[in-house]
Ligand binder design. Sequence first.
Ligand code: FE
Length: 335
Amino acid sequence: MIRSLIATTALIAVAAPALAQELNLYSSRHYDTDERLYSDFEEATGITINRIDGNADELIERMSAEGENSPADVLLTVDASRVQRAEDAGILQTIESDVLNEAIPANLRDDQGMWYGFSQRARMVFYAEDRVENPPATYADLADPAYEGMICIRSSTNTYNQTLLASIIENEGEEAARAWAEGVVANMARDPQGGDTDQLRGLVSGECDIAVSNSYYFARALRQDVDGLSGDVDSIAWVFPNQETTGTHVNISAGGVAAHAPNRENAIAFLEYLASESAQEYFANGNDEFPVVESVETGEYAASMGEFTADDVDLAAVALNIPLAQQIFNEVGWE
Ligand code: FE
């Protein structure tokens, strides 16, 4: 009896590797809170996730260089423009999924099924409450000479700013976008430096009166101790820009199935999982972003910043304006 049991076990051990299910995930998400998201998927499906982290441009380059031999199954980015660049580079493939089409609003996904947005982040205006009496109400206001020398915003090499300017091109046209970028440069408190959190820190240090940042960096400072920020977070007030006009610019963290995905079915299963209610809790709320699935409630800290109307412009159309946005940034000397 014991002998046959051992024999059976041995057989299973030999057979197991052939059945091993894998998913090779190329990710530019940089948030610790995602760990639970991945482990839950692995436990529920038995699929092992092999993660390769890097910035989106590096990952796109790597997938392009690997070509048909690329082991990549899924590419995740933190910005619409980069996932669109991946589509343009031919490294994503079309999938058809009723689950994804039903869960994700049409303006937050590619119409050919090459990529899908899984969380939203608002690009917001923050200000030092005791130093700014009339805060900007719109993105256009950031270019108003009334705010000369007051604004901190990161460099134009940053995708969040590129996509914001690309959305202004889409909504207002090229000339208005160029004038806006010029005006913001004239209003900068300092040369662009650091990430979004550093712009917020500038409000505390007094170097900046107004700062532009994605919503979740501020929500994070409400949730946990962020050095140089959380201690004085009460001195900072915020605005969701463009509430009377286009709505606040939102960007997405997005993903798509790799063109040569060796584990295509697992890749689709993974994307569908990301649109599930439980995954949205981690993917969106874990990083204090706004879920894309309507039935999922916004997490405590993001919700505490208040409700807002988001710009519902088609992000795929916005992403096509990125090269022009970069050109404008260069022309106006936005470092
Ligand atoms: Fe970020």
